[in-house]
Design a binder for this molecule. Structure first.
Ligand SMILES: Cc1cc2nc3c(=O)[nH]c(=O)nc-3n(C[C@H](O)[C@H](O)[C@H](O)COP(=O)(O)O)c2cc1C
Length: 134
């Protein structure tokens, strides 16, 4: 795919809001897939029943606007961007928005305690252990 605009990536972590059932993730992902396809945004959402980690990539303006909406979404709290920066080529070009779910705390919870390059490296290293559905 030829990219028309500079690419940008954002990795953030958050916590499911207390009033939300763990099944809320189904609605979040199906809505996200439709909207992300329209905006040329790809990425991966990881959910362990309590915590989210989402890696978003796509045209800079679209990714930043989406992150702004996500930050204000009451379905999760403690939203913390752990890495953000320009991106040369997509990491998730093969699918729109993958979902990886695990029961119980996943090692990705370590990403929450890191920031910057260390957080990104940790998340990317864990990718092969995710059971991704798309
Ligand atoms: C954990 C989490 C991840 C989300 N990921 C996306 C996403 O990848 N794409 C998307 O369009 N919306 C995503 N949303 C939903 C947005 O927060 C927002 O509800 C949606 O973009 C619609 O925004 P609007 O009602 O202002 O149009 C996510 C929400 C949560 C809680």
């Amino acid at each position: 795919m030829t990219e028309e605009q500079p690419l940008h990536e954002i990795l953030y972590c958050s916590l499911l809001a207390q009033d939300q059932p763990a099944t809320a993730v189904g609605a979040i992902v199906s809505q996200a897939r439709t909207r992300n396809a329209e905006q040329n945004i790809t990425g991966l959402l990881v959910f362990d029943g309590m915590r989210f980690c989402q890696h978003l990539e796509g045209p800079c303006d679209a990714v930043e606007a989406l992150m702004h909406r996500i930050e204000h979404d009451p379905r999760h709290i403690d939203v913390r961007v752990v890495y953000e920066g320009p991106l040369a080529t997509r990491r998730y070009g093969g699918f729109g928005m993958g979902l990886a779910e695990s029961e119980g705390p996943h090692p990705m919870s370590g990403v929450h305690t890191l920031s910057g390059d260390a957080a990104l490296a940790h998340f990317l290293a864990l990718r092969s252990s995710f059971d991704i559905s798309s």
